[in-house]
Design a protein around this ligand. Sequence first.
Ligand code: ADP
Ligand code: MG
Length: 700
Amino acid sequence: MNNVTATPSQRQSLLQRDLTSLKGVGAKVAEKLQAMGLHAVQDLLFHLPYRYQDRTRIAQLGGLVPGQSVAVDVRVRAADVVFGKRRALLVRATDGTGLISLRFFHFNQTQKNQLAMGQRLLCFGEIRPGPTGLEMVHPEYRVLQPDTPYTPEQTLTPWYPTAEGVQQLRIRDLVGQVLPLLAHLEDWIPERYLQHAGLPDLKTALYTLHKPAPDADTEQLLSGTHPAQQRLALEELLAHHLRLRQTRSAQTQWRAPPMQADSVLTAQALGQLPFSLTGAQSRVLSEIRQDMAQSYPLSRLVQGDVGSGKTVVAMLAGLQAVASGHQFALMAPTEILAEQHAATLRAWLTPLGIQLVCLTGKLTKKVRDSQLAQIASGQAQVIVGTHALFQPQVVFASLAFIVIDEQHRFGVDQRLALRAKSEAKGWVPHQLVMTATPIPRTLAQSLYADMDYSVIDELPPGRQDIITRVMSHQRRQDLIDRVSDACGQGRQVYWVCTLIEESEELQCQDAEETAQSLRVSLPNARIGLIHGRMKPNEKSEVMAAFKAHALDVLVATTVIEVGVDVPNATVMIIENPERLGLSQLHQLRGRVGRGAQQSFCLMLYGEKVSAIAKQRLSVLRETQDGFVIAEQDLQLRGPGELLGTRQTGLQQFRMADLQRDMGLLPEVQRLAALLLAEHPERVPLLIARWLSQGEKYASV
Ligand code: ADP
Ligand code: MG
């Protein structure tokens, strides 16, 4: 079909054709392609190479370095079967400018005969360093007659992601078949914008990536910074951003129960508190309250540094739901934290006659059943829990307000599962998410564009800076003396083992050994141990004992990282801090400095620590400001690390890499505004192109 005469819907259907419409694709192959995420012919256009080989010219062996992917034209000097670690056919060959070894681990007799002395070979492969100079392992090769000229390829040769049963050559062939369809692909980004930004249009970008010119900048291509790739990354980030904005505007169409603040109850609750709210707490609380009074669900992200007092804000907002005859649920990422929240809230709410249950994974069936009954009947007005809250058995009488604490630990799906809990009521509960991981503004605006944003940017008065020291492991004995002093003065100490973060089991072992050795060095101190492998009951007993000051020192793994609140603890010791991100260390440090006493955080780095790592840690010594620390983390380790790997949205990008492409985010916002103003009809099309599950987010 001629591209000029085709109507938009004809174009669309050409691009959406089944893969079986291609030559050589039967039902079996189509199934394998589907497993790779390739469904329609258009998907092949977006299936991009991850590297390239230069077959446009013959390289000279003399000038090659390891890592290059090249074509060479050589003659065989010798071919031997060698018996090293693995039996291999080793062919030595030359082109007159240098020598190369070709190594084959799998070969047959025919091949062996073919690769005999004097034979001319055209080899394609990656140059590697070998025991006797440059090597190619299992190169693709062709036997050439001595006088045949080599016909070079016109473009760099792409290497595509493959799968079992779908070979490289097959993918190349299929992409070759669909490339002419590029003509039918619509570019949703205005040409004017692209010209201004110096980026190629969609067709050019995709064509360039499938068939780069011989002189294309391969370094850029490999690192993803080629303008063709940047253009696609920009479009993908734009699609995600627009999807979130769509979700946000869809929310105003949803129904939620409007709720007014109850001034009597609020005054009673405030009277229970041993402190008055900070200005920032009051401001954020009133922002939330205004949202709750609306008849569509609030969706707000509350950021507040460690210790800024988010819990009490959540509680006071929750009262508004309770006062209106509805339920309020608070979800925490760990059992330790859920239990702590339950205890805190119970102390505040019981005097007001409000019923609370705490639902975690460890309950006996009997207790659990009784709690479920209370939640279903509405007798329980406040429900605190872990992710146990969104299991299907949990049926709420009237859930109207949800607070998710330390939300970066949960995925979007989990958030949404809780929202669905009020479906029977015909509404979507108001939802607040709280985090102490400060998300720099650019990131927040792009990744949380579906939410409003509040910051508790003030700490309660009287907090002193936590004196932070970074020191070598060799000073462990000094440290033990300090711990001993602190315990002697009635203070409590956390001792955190971070070694071998990748393996929970080893981490727990390490903590056990540390506890053992501290019991020997500190015979007068009462030492407890808590780690992720302990049973939930054991964990809460230890936590309760520490809270009640029946323990002086708590040896722990990073399970205590978030939220734990024991104001009498004033010393935090962190072993091998170099293993953690700065924000995570800041979180750990935030376990102390919660009372009026001067607190300390002492970090003991290991022996093999680099100068750079030490310098990185010094940021913590210099500042207590979580935002400054997060900015540093972002630069050093990238957003994936900062927000946690479970952060939905981060793992899903096909083209974009947030760390590499952070600089595109302001452009994403500009472009989104432009598109929404001038071409709103393109927005759903763009989203559909990049996010096949887009609807899921918008329609819950
Ligand atoms: P985070 O924001 O890290 O979750 P928390 O809510 O755990 O902080 O509060 C930290 C500590 O500060 C708690 O012991 C809490 O009771 C106390 N706190 C909260 N708000 C105030 C305030 N306005 N004045 C004094 N102490 C407060
Ligand atoms: Mg907290």
